[in-house]
Design a protein around this ligand. Structure first.
Ligand SMILES: [Mg+2]
Length: 166
């Protein structure tokens, strides 16, 4: 069970995922969570640096796809800022959205990673979908919604478990 909650890699910031990092780990497709990963929870937009980061990866041949549990209208706006395909209301940790995205992109599981800021949604979804998991920015900025605050106390012990087992 703990294996389902253990990310393959833990990074402080999404922009650390540069072409060299991904090439080294043979990742060519990134499924990306939105809130707390590409932007803070409260922000309605992605920063210019994040747009430049996505562009750099795309130029390097990395396929990108947004997978968020957030509302369609909100995630559509972010996706249009980045020019990326997306699935909103993805129901992570269920893996179905990951599989749909992979089908759309024509990617394979072995060279795909799901990047996100939450263990119980993003890491678990990645493991259930059979792709690699990258945990980013944990525990994230202190601007999460009420449910994130409820989940955090559960996530901290899990996070320590992943750290010590690694
Ligand atoms: Mg998130």
């Amino acid at each position: 069970m703990a294996g389902l909650l253990r990310p393959d890699w833990v990074i402080p910031d999404i922009q650390q995922l540069d072409p060299a990092f991904l090439r080294q780990r043979e990742i060519t497709t990134l499924l990306i969570d939105v809130d707390g990963t590409l932007k803070t929870y409260r922000s309605r937009n992605v920063d210019q640096q994040v747009i430049a980061w996505a562009e750099e990866l795309r130029r390097a041949g990395v396929r990108l796809f947004l997978i968020s549990n957030g509302r369609h209208s909100r995630i559509a706006l972010i996706a249009s800022q980045l020019g990326l395909p997306y699935i909103a209301r993805a129901c992570k940790p269920f893996p179905f959205a990951c599989w749909r995205a992979l089908k759309h992109l024509g990617g394979n599981k072995k060279s795909t990673a799901l990047v996100g800021d939450q263990i119980l949604t993003d890491v678990l979804a990645a493991k259930l979908a059979g792709v690699k998991s990258i945990l980013v920015g944990f525990p994230g900025p202190n601007d999460g919604p009420w449910w994130a605050w409820l989940i955090r106390p559960l996530e901290f012990p899990l996070y320590r478990l992943t750290k010590t087992r690694k």
